[in-house]
Design a protein around this ligand. Structure first.
Ligand SMILES: [Zn+2]
Length: 167
């Protein structure tokens, strides 16, 4: 049985915070604001995986009202979600993501992001697609005030028990 999952996330950028994205630190004068490290790409991937598992979203699993997740490393949360996936006898086949950011240029960081993300996801390098888009200067993202991410995943699971026989 194959399942897809879709994830979306957006965080505001705040001057002086370290920018964590795709599991790595990227040199930039502003970083993503959040209860955890604000890694919107990892959060979108987590939501996509949870969606494929039919298990709600990141806010349900790691609520931002819980001090345990304050300053949490998002990559660790992703590892936790991937272990839950494995425990359900499901396997991630492929993940694809788009990061929408006006600045900084992300293409040069994709290989380092793959170094961080692929082991956590249990994927080969070609099993993870990463793409960057700007917002053409429009809106909060275009003005460099926020970064958004979309992610989709394909998950393979146990064959579903055969459904009721047809009448
Ligand atoms: Zn987030």
């Amino acid at each position: 049985m194959m399942r897809t999952g879709l994830g979306y996330d957006l965080h505001r950028l705040q001057a002086g915070r370290p920018l964590m994205l795709g599991g790595i630190r990227i040199p930039h004068p502003a970083g993503l604001l959040g209860h955890s490290d604000g890694d919107a790409l990892v959060h979108a991937l987590i939501d996509a995986i949870l969606g494929a598992m039919g298990e709600g979203d990141i806010g349900r699993l790691f609520p931002d009202t819980d001090p345990r997740w304050r300053g949490a490393r998002s990559l660790d949360l992703l590892g936790d979600v991937c272990r839950r996936l494995k425990a359900k006898k499901m396997r991630l086949v492929h993940a694809d993501a788009v990061v929408i950011a006006e600045k900084p240029k992300l293409g040069p960081h994709f290989e380092a992001m793959k170094d961080a993300l692929c082991p956590a996801l249990g994927l080969e390098r070609d099993g993870l697609g990463l793409k960057a888009k700007t917002n053409e200067g429009l809106g909060l993202i275009g003005r460099g005030r926020a970064i958004a991410c979309w992610a989709v995943v394909l998950v393979e699971g146990r064959a579903r028990p055969t459904s009721r026989p047809r009448p």
